[in-house]
Structures are given as C-alpha cells and as structure tokens.
Design a protein around this ligand. Structure first.
Ligand code: MLT
Length: 267
C-alpha cells in the first residue's frame, strides 16, 4: 500500500510491474481497484491511484471550486514523485475526463490514451441539474448507500446485473467513497469543459473502448471521439455495460494488449 502527500493530503496508489507506465484513472464513484483485472497485462508498470475523496485517498479540504484540473494536477504530482516522465493514460468515464485535463495541461507527459466508456462533451443543462440533485440527496442522506443502490444497475450490463461477486466488488468501491469526494466529483463533472479541441490535437495513438449496452455513455459517443482523434481505434466490448474492464476483463485486456503491441508502446 503506497501513499504520497500533496498539501498535507494523502493520495493512495497501488503500483505493480515494470516497463512503460500505464496510469489507470478510475470512474465515478469507484477506486483504483476497478482495474484489478488489468494487472494481468504483462510488460508494463501499472499505476492505480484512488482520486481524492475516493478509496483510501483524502478528499480535497476546500471544495469551493471543484474541477477536473485538481485531479489532473494530483496525478501529475504522483508521476513527478515517482520520477515518471510520461505515461499511457487509461481513463474510464470520469477518469477519461481527468485524462482530457492532463492532455490539455501537459500533453508532453502522455504517450498514448486509452479512453473507456467516456465522452469529450460537456454536461447538458439537464445532466447538470441531475448532478445538483444527487449532491443534495447525498448530503442529506449523509452516506453513499442510496447512491450505490441507484448506480449499480446503471453501471453493469445485462450479463452482469445478477453476478453477486461483481455487485459486491462495485458496491465495496462505492461504499469507500467519502461524501466530500462524491460532492466534489459531481461538481467537477458538471463544470468540465468540452474537450473536442483536445482530442483533435492529440496525434499520438489512441484506443477507444465502449460497452455494447452502456446505459450511461452510449457507443455513439465513442464513435464521435474516434472521428475527432487523428489516430484512434475503436473497439466495442460485446455484452458489457459501463464497466467492461470489470465485466469482460479478458476481452478488454486483449484489445489493450493488441494496441500496446501494434504501437510498440511498452518500451
Ligand atoms: C463515471 O462512470 O465516471 C460517471 O458515470 C461519468 C458521468 O457521470 O459523467
């Protein structure tokens, strides 16, 4: 178990392997553990942080101005601390929004991107309203149980909805979220900018992964991102919902292995 300290906050991460770094950035409201099956991918250094307020990482103490940039700067501080110059960024959903921030602020630190179940657009007014309502309800409830009950059916695809061990894994990650962390993330997602320009100007290799039955971010979003990126490949993982990394890890990992070897990214 490893931590770095940033402004007196603890940021937790897990590290395994050796070689080119893959920085795995989890979705909302999960933890680095969502990538545990990706540790099977050989030949790379896996870095699995918990974003601030999730898992074992402390929340930001000053939630006034939530932004993806706060998460992005934490992850760049982690790379600095570990003396890693550049990495392959792999982001799921909100993790993709964080990856877009790093592409905007420090593109030279990124060798390639793997964007799973994410979208480059900003929130619609109705999504912003829904996030404000979730903030209100979560603060009022004072715990994340209702959030977990609401989200699990949306996160998992039809084949995983009754898989008890998967439900327990996802529920355990959600239960590890702090209220402050959830509130910050919802505010940051609501305020995030459109990142189409960032994708258009990223000319290094990109892999887009989508879940065939993703209810939260449909595959049309993935298709649009693949058109915006100058050098992208899109793979749809059959039978999965919003979390193919967990739901079909073998298929998900095969797509990534092929991407890494096609582009000779492991050196
Ligand atoms: C996520 O999985 O990170 C979230 O569902 C993304 C979002 O709400 O936009």
């Amino acid at each position: 178990m490893s931590f770095i300290t940033i402004d007196q906050r603890k940021l937790h991460y897990f590290q395994q392997g050796a070689g080119k770094t893959v920085l795995w950035i989890h979705g909302f409201p999960l933890t680095g553990e969502m990538w545990k099956w990706q540790l099977d991918l050989p030949g790379v250094l896996h870095l699995l942080p918990d974003l601030a307020g999730f898992g074992q990482s402390d929340a930001f103490p000053d939630p006034a101005e939530p932004s993806m940039a706060r998460y992005g700067s934490d992850l760049l501080a982690l790379l600095d601390e570990l003396e890693i110059g550049s990495a392959i960024l792999a982001g799921c959903s909100m993790g993709g929004y964080v990856a877009f921030d790093i592409l905007r602020s420090a593109p030279e630190r990124v060798d390639a991107v793997i964007l799973a179940n994410t979208r480059e657009t900003e929130d619609s007014p109705s999504s912003r309203n829904a996030r404000a309502e979730t903030i209100r309800a979560t603060e009022e409830a004072g715990d994340v149980s209702d959030l977990a009950n609401d989200m699990i059916p949306k996160l998992l695809g039809p084949g995983s909805q009754s898989d008890q061990s998967m439900i327990e894994l996802v529920s355990g990650m959600i239960q590890a979220s702090s209220i402050a962390g959830v509130v910050f993330a919802l505010g940051a997602m609501a305020r995030r900018p459109d990142s189409s320009d960032v994708l258009r100007s990223f000319s290094k290799p990109a892999l887009i992964l989508a879940g065939e039955h993703d209810q939260l971010i449909p595959r049309e979003d993935a298709e649009r991102m693949a058109h915006l990126l100058p050098q992208a490949k899109l793979t749809v993982i059959p039978g999965t919902g919003h979390l193919p990394a967990i739901e079909e890890p073998a298929l998900f990992n095969d797509a990534i292995s092929e991407f890494i070897s096609d582009h000779d990214l492991s050196n």
